[in-house]
Write a protein that binds this ligand. Structure first.
Ligand SMILES: [Zn+2]
Ligand SMILES: [Zn+2]
Length: 355
């Protein structure tokens, strides 16, 4: 199963990479250079458009490749299990005895899994500050990498909006022309528009019109001659590749916007995506927090108590500003010594009052 996932995700990565490259070619070469500059003679607009799309799409490619890298290495905890007596602050533990978690899955073989780390079954490693495993990247997204992840998610709708702005009306005209040509064609009517299966065969009613327009573009392609091979013809004449790109853009923009909004809300609440999903799934479950005695916090003695906290409690929520500051700060785990995640001080204070 793990192997199948890895192969599937590799396929997705290759597709995303190729689609982005195709998008770069259409935007920079076909729209910017061939259509705006050579065909329309709008030199300043053409250069500005091609320049912006060049920077935006290459940034997307670089960020995407970076986020795909280090599948078995990035943010993998390599710390020894600390002695209980050496821990000075409050920490999340696994049971009422205040024990720390170890991981026996895959190759982890009993190594320490620090708080907020998670074992990713697809990548086969434990990951510090795990947020979620992303199949589009074939890799985990961690809090350390979330800045680049957010940049990628924000760049996709911005690039798509700028990219489609000058050519969207033409693309929509071409789609409506392709639909009317395909509806008027006898063969298309017989094998696609009239039969009942066109309503359910590919993605329901939207699929009926998508396939119908594809058939129309095939018919329109047959009508083109050598004289139609002028600079900018990809935009001026109905071409299927432009509409395919529109379809991919809509899918990528919808996914990016949904992830961007949910990640923004999670960070603002001091939660990872995994924690949010667990809160939804584990309504009656609890977490354990070890709190050292008030008088001796910071000393080397380890007299304290373990409390149970409901999963709904946002134990790592430090407030909007601090949550974002923590995410945008430098990598906490760059140092040789483990840096413990800070717990919500209000919750710790509330727990202390229970004693
Ligand atoms: Zn593990
Ligand atoms: Zn993973």
């Amino acid at each position: 199963m793990q192997r199948l996932n890895v192969v599937l995700e590799l396929g997705i990565q290759v597709c995303v990479f190729l689609i982005t490259l195709l998008g770069w070619y259409i935007a920079v070469v076909e729209v910017g250079v061939n259509w705006l500059i050579r065909h329309e003679r709008r030199i300043v607009l053409g250069f500005s458009y091609a320049g912006f799309m060049q920077v935006a799409l290459l940034s997307i490619l670089v960020l995407y490749v970076q986020l795909c890298q280090g599948k078995t290495t990035h943010n993998v905890p390599r710390y020894n299990l600390p002695a209980r007596e050496s821990i000075r602050g409050s920490y999340e533990c696994t049971n009422e005895q205040g024990d720390l978690k170890v991981c026996d899955k895959d190759g982890c073989s009993g190594s320490w899994r620090p708080p907020r780390a998670h074992h990713c079954s697809t990548c086969g490693v434990c990951r510090l500050d795990f947020d979620h495993h992303c199949s589009w990247l074939g890799n985990c997204v961690t809090t350390t990498r979330i800045q680049r992840f957010l940049c990628l998610l924000a760049l996709v709708p911005v690039s798509a909006t700028v990219g489609w702005l000058p050519i969207l009306p033409r693309a929509l005209d071409h789609i409506s022309l392709a639909l009317s040509v395909s509806r008027a064609d006898e063969w298309c009517r017989k094998f696609w528009w009239d039969p009942w299966y066109s309503w359910i065969f590919i993605g329901g009613p939207p699929g009926r019109y998508i396939v119908g327009s594809f058939l129309g573009f095939r018919l329109l392609k047959k009508e083109r001659g050598p004289e139609d091979n002028f600079p900018g013809n990809v935009i001026e004449l109905p071409h299927l590749r432009l509409v395919l790109m529109l379809l991919f853009s809509v899918i990528f923009v919808a996914l990016s916007m949904a992830l961007l909004i949910s990640t923004f809300l999670n960070i603002s609440r001091g939660q990872t995506t995994l924690e949010t999903l667990r809160i939804r799934g584990k309504m009656n479950a609890v977490r354990y927090i070890y709190v050292p005695s008030d008088r001796i916090e910071g000393s080397e003695h380890n007299l304290g108590e373990v409390f149970t906290v409901d999963w709904n409690e946002r134990i790592y929520d430090l407030g909007f500003k601090e949550n974002w500051r923590a995410v945008l700060a430098k990598d906490r785990h760059r140092d040789a010594e483990y840096s413990w995640p800070r717990l919500n001080p209000e919750i710790i204070q509330m727990l202390r009052k229970q004693t």
